[in-house]
Write a protein that binds this ligand. Structure first.
Ligand code: SF4
Ligand code: SF4
Length: 299
């Protein structure tokens, strides 16, 4: 039994990504696609409902029995091949999303693409500000690796899921290249996820981004200029990082430590509690966005 069949006018990897989005909201999906080996590899371990692919990709176990295929996929969190007639679809579950399971994909490993991560800090700070204020469970899927260094393991509740980020490093939930963030997000929405906003951080604007917005999702498009803090007003926004050095005004700082949670290596703790912004500050402005006391401002 499957709940969704993903076919039609999408790229082969895109169909897999949409089906994966459905499966990570605990749906059972069948993709009619010939995805690349890299895309299949990215999906392994990322399945929570079931993800079947027909025709059978050579690198996956192949089943002729639909039920067996779905059960295997669900049990081992992996996509599987299915070779048989296309079945009728049938809904069986309510869409959900369990952030507890997705923790390993949250954040970049230390040392990888630090420049990219750092450049995106203000974007993450913006999203953090917006998402933490919601009484909802946002899902954020990214095309790019982000700033490493998260403090400790976040503590998530299991189903029914509820989580809002408590620091900048907790913003992204899913990063599975080469599967496109917008396509995965489309799957999450198509599966009926409604417990919070579904946001894709996409490298470029394409048809998937437009479709995502039409379906009620949100996207930050990295190759366009714009203000990501406008995300919820505009639904699709660009991103232009600021580039000034920043300083802390000790008379306004109440030593809350929020700016340290950006994970920026240029925000240094001091014994007195007022953080110091180091010479390595690139002026991205993320710490200023996070500081609710207005204690951090451009030099
Ligand atoms: S977030 Fe602002 S108030 Fe809090 S420690 Fe940093 S500078 Fe001080
Ligand atoms: S210290 Fe500089 S580089 Fe680091 S978050 Fe603040 S503004 Fe950005």
């Amino acid at each position: 039994m499957v709940e969704y069949i993903v076919d039609g006018d999408y790229g082969e990897d895109e169909k897999l990504a949409i089906a994966l989005g459905l499966s990570i909201t605990f749906r059972r999906a069948l993709a009619v696609a010939r995805p690349s080996p890299e895309a299949v590899k990215a999906a392994v371990g990322g399945v929570w409902g079931a993800l079947l692919i027909t025709p059978c990709p050579p690198e996956l176990p192949c089943f002729k029995d639909l039920q067996e295929a779905a059960d295997y996929s669900e049990a081992y969190s992996t996509p599987v091949g299915y070779e048989g007639p296309l079945p009728a679809t049938e809904r069986r579950r309510v869409s959900t999303f369990n952030k507890h399971y997705l923790r390993p994909w949250r954040w970049a490993r230390a040392g990888e693409e630090p420049a990219v991560g750092h450049r995106l800090l203000p974007l993450m700070a913006c999203l953090y500000q917006k998402l933490k204020a919601l009484d909802a469970t946002p899902v954020v899927i990214s095309d790019v690796r982000l700033q490493p260094r998260s403090a400790g393991s976040p503590d998530y509740m299991v189903i029914p899921t509820w989580h809002s980020p408590s620091e900048v490093a907790e913003v992204v939930d899913v990063y599975l290249p080469p599967l496109k963030a917008a396509a995965i997000a489309l799957g999450v929405l198509a599966g009926g996820y409604s417990a919070g906003p579904v946001v894709a951080i996409a490298k470029a604007r394409d048809r998937l981004v437009e479709e995502l917005a039409k379906l009620g999702g949100y996207a930050v498009v990295l190759d366009e200029g714009g203000d990501p803090c406008q995300l919820f007003e505009r639904r699709v926004v660009g991103y232009s990082p600021d580039q000034r050095r920043y300083v802390v005004d000790p008379s306004l700082c109440d030593r809350c430590g929020d700016c340290l949670k950006t994970g920026c290596p240029a925000v240094a703790p001091t014994p007195g509690g007022v953080p110091q912004l180091l010479q390595t500050c690139t002026g991205c402005g993320a710490c200023a966005l996070v500081c609710t006391r207005g204690a951090i401002r451009p030099e």
